[in-house]
Design a protein around this ligand. Sequence first.
Ligand code: SF4
Length: 420
Amino acid sequence: MSKVVKTHNKMLNATQGLKNIMGRHFLAIEQAYRDGKPTAWATSGSPVEMLYAMDVQPMLPENSATVSAAQKFSQNFIEIAETQGFSYDLCSYFKTNIGAVASNAGMIEGGTRKPTFMLSTDVICDTHVNWFEVQAERMNVPHFTLDVPHVVSNTNNRQLNYYKKYVAEQLYEFIDFMQEVTGYEYNEERAREVTENSWNLSMVWQDIYKLRKEVPCPISTRDTFGGLFPLFTMPGLKEPIKLYKRMYREAKQRVDNGIGALENENYRLLFEGIPFWHNLSFFSKLEKYGAIIVYEPYTYAFSKYMNPNVTKEMVLNSPIEAMSELMMSFWYVYDLETRIKKFEETVREYKIDGIIMHENLSCRPNSCGMYDLKRNLMEEYDIPSLIISSDMNDPRKHNAEQLSNQIESFIEILRQKKRV
Ligand code: SF4
């Protein structure tokens, strides 16, 4: 049987400031409506910085969907979407948004107001584009979509250069689109300022992440799951940079004093996939085994500036070309070969004992290739890996008891392996 340990579950004090920052984001949305300022829905993976650069207030329906799930409203919204004919198997973020808008839900329940226009991209999934197509038509607002080709293991340099130009050209077209819809002029100086803030925000997040390599790990998912939100709702603003710097300083102090987020750190884990926002207690339950998640590709991916070809100088001097290159090198769109390599490197760097992969029943793009990934990691690198099935927003697809049994057995495997 696995040993059950006493825990103290330390969230960073600085992370408490997240509520204020996110609260201000929602207030900024309200203010934009009061001032008659343009607003836009944007999907994750899209260049939200360009909205800020044009003084357009962004709204991220995926972020709102997580709010719905955490407040236990998502199931109701999903069921409303299903009564409108959307399948049980479709993305539950999408259905949460359909139900929330249809119910006129307020922001606190995960509702999202009618925007001036919508921006989507297929960089992460096609659902994003189809989702906004449906809602743009229902709400009668313009919709701009960015088509981003996927770079795979046999993409050659000639193709890659063509892709970069193809995406950059669409980004220039997007500026024309925004100028036409809003009547505002694109201001390069403002764009540079926003880009610099976005770069700085990501760099502090990456610094925070590097501290997670330490044993004991100073930061748990209590800090990172919510901590990620400013990265995709507010890239380009100064405020979240201050919050991240506070998080970094506090975590660094822990490292300097040998303090971990968990009192007894026995097992270090990597969690692949989107968390179940409706049941975050799953993650705190891991702590009773002395298990701590020290890396999540999901929360790291949004730090965006990970491509070594994209320097700060490039970001500041050629923001569109830099954005084009970054959109094709997002952690979440790597081909299987690159993913295996990245996982293996991460396991070594972060001294990880095992991997838990969330096979997300409503997010097929995220789950695709997971069994091959697991097989390769186990057979080629002897890394214990477990696949669990659930859904990030639909509690009907979450079997807490089954997951708890799977985790117990997995911890037992890790325990046996550590003893060898
Ligand atoms: S959860 Fe998956 S399918 Fe849904 S919007 Fe996100 S990436 Fe796309």
